[in-house]
Write a protein that binds this ligand. Structure first.
Ligand SMILES: [Zn+2]
Length: 157
């Protein structure tokens, strides 16, 4: 350790979203990570999330400074960070919206022609991106766990 920690800042979109509400803008505002030496941006994430997976160290492409990038491998992060990693605000909002829309369509009982509930295509529209998201995150978690185990073997060997 002893290396500098990356800068993390959250852009505020509150001015342009003031009518929508500060809570929503907090979820939608991107968080920007910068090199602690030259302030080159190396990562931008949507929302306030700080959990992402990696070896925890990074070398700046511009000034070659080595620094801690605030990432950790999956086996090291706590339950809350794991939850936010899998279900950041945007994903939670999407699921909630899907449930609400699903209930409305179910209650209304709209159908497409012959006994095909309109709920079916609506469910697919909401579920398909979620499946893609969790497959993508699952892949990242598996890769992080494998990298962690490999590094541990190297260190204890
Ligand atoms: Zn730099």
């Amino acid at each position: 350790m002893g290396k500098p920690l990356a800068f993390k800042e959250q852009e505020s979109l509150t001015s342009s979203f003031s009518e929508v509400g500060a809570g929503l803008s907090g979820v939608l505002s991107p968080t920007i990570y910068r090199c602690p030496n030259c302030r080159k941006v190396y990562k931008v994430v949507l929302g306030p999330g700080s959990a992402f997976l990696g070896e925890g160290e990074r070398t700046c492409l511009r000034c070659k400074t080595e620094f801690r990038d605030r990432s950790e491998e999956w086996p090291l992060i706590d339950a809350l960070d794991r939850f936010f990693f899998l279900c950041p605000g945007v994903v939670c909002g999407w699921m909630l919206l899907g449930i609400v829309v699903g209930v409305v369509f179910y209650e209304a009982g709209w159908t497409l022609g012959e006994n095909v509930p309109l709920l079916l295509p609506v469910a697919i529209i909401f579920v398909a991106p979620l499946i893609a998201w969790f497959v993508f995150r699952g892949f990242q978690v598996a890769r992080s766990t494998r990298r962690f185990n490999l590094n541990r073997k190297v260190k204890t060997a």
